[in-house]
Design a protein around this ligand. Structure first.
Ligand code: AMP
Ligand code: MN
Ligand code: MN
Ligand code: MN
Length: 286
């Protein structure tokens, strides 16, 4: 296993805010040349068994995965967990707690959209949710595209669903320490997801990486669908500076919606430890 392996360790199924089943994603990853795959649904590991079984059937190497929502310095960030034991009770209860507030948050988002004349958003979004426990802003975005309010989900986020916009509701997710500790406690590796997406100052970003390392975090996404080519290099340097392993993942959610297809990103830049080299014992070989 080397850095030239086509590893795609970040994507979403109907178990969270993707539109494909775990089985369809496994097939799609295989069709796009992926050699090592992880499904990383938001705050949920309900798709892990199906993903593992599908990967085995079609001859795709597989790692368990999840993407945990975390509140850090007033922003929402995401921590990906890879290669953990999905039967770990502390991880499972932590995830139940993390996703637990989503129902009320969705109702508050809907009330807030109603004030600007957008009605029925809660019911509308719920219709798009494959898992009623995991209602996400993405489901609201799909509803607003369906009503014709916006041309695509990106426009919905820009106009309605991001900080300061009318449908945005503040929410408290897991702490950084909890997310990293749950993943490590279950024998996995914690990875900072798409770090270039956060709007941190240099000092805040320093705090994120330092505290993440301090809690036992070991990886960072360098090549992701959320980063530009220039950002691959910035975070490759940061990975080396902090002694973190590097991960690669498309963050694929849906055909026709996601800009980055499974398995199509460039390889990791040189002189990095690929995160899968730390996980060889955890890979489920097909
Ligand atoms: P939630 O966990 O409910 O806050 O929803 C977060 C999800 O919304 C992310 O995982 C993305 O799938 C999607 N998302 C967040 N920001 C954007 C954006 N600016 N454009 C498109 N999708 C976004
Ligand atoms: Mn998502
Ligand atoms: Mn994310
Ligand atoms: Mn994601």
């Amino acid at each position: 296993m080397t850095s030239i392996l086509n590893a795609d360790l970040h994507c979403h199924s109907v178990v969270s805010d993707g539109t494909l089943t775990p089985e369809a994603l496994a097939e799609r990853a295989k069709a796009h040349g992926v050699d090592l795959w992880a499904l990383t649904d938001h705050d949920e590991i309900g798709g892990v068994q199906r993903a593992a079984a599908a990967a085995r059937v079609i001859g795709l190497h597989y790692l368990t995965g999840v993407e945990i929502s975390v509140s850090f310095l007033g922003q929402t960030i995401h921590i990906v967990g890879l290669g953990f034991d999905p039967n770990n009770a502390t991880l499972q209860t932590g995830l139940v707690r993390t996703r637990g507030g989503r129902g009320q948050r969705a109702k508050d988002m809907s009330d807030s959209l109603a004030k600007i004349g957008i009605h029925g958003a809660y019911e509308g979004a719920l219709k798009f949710a494959g898992n009623q426990e995991l209602i996400s802003r993405t489901h609201f975005a799909r509803f607003l595209v369906e009503t014709g309010a916006c041309k695509d989900t990106y426009e919905v986020f820009r106009k309605y669903l991001t900080e300061g916009k009318p449908g945005f509701v503040e929410h408290r997710w897991a702490t950084l320490k909890d997310a990293v500790t749950w993943i490590n406690g279950a024998g996995g590796i914690a990875v900072i997801a798409h770090p270039a997406r956060y709007k941190f100052t240099a000092n805040e970003e320093f705090a994120l990486f330092t505290e993440f390392k301090g809690h036992g975090g070991q990886g960072v996404e360098v090549v992701t669908g959320s980063h530009s080519a220039a950002e691959y290099l910035v975070y490759a340097d940061i990975a080396r500076e902090y002694g973190l392993a590097a991960s690669r993942g498309s963050d694929f959610h849906s055909p026709g919606e996601s800009h980055t297809e499974l398995g199509t990103l460039p390889c990791l830049p040189g002189k990095l430890t690929p995160v899968w080299e730390l996980l060889t014992e955890r890979i489920q070989y097909a």
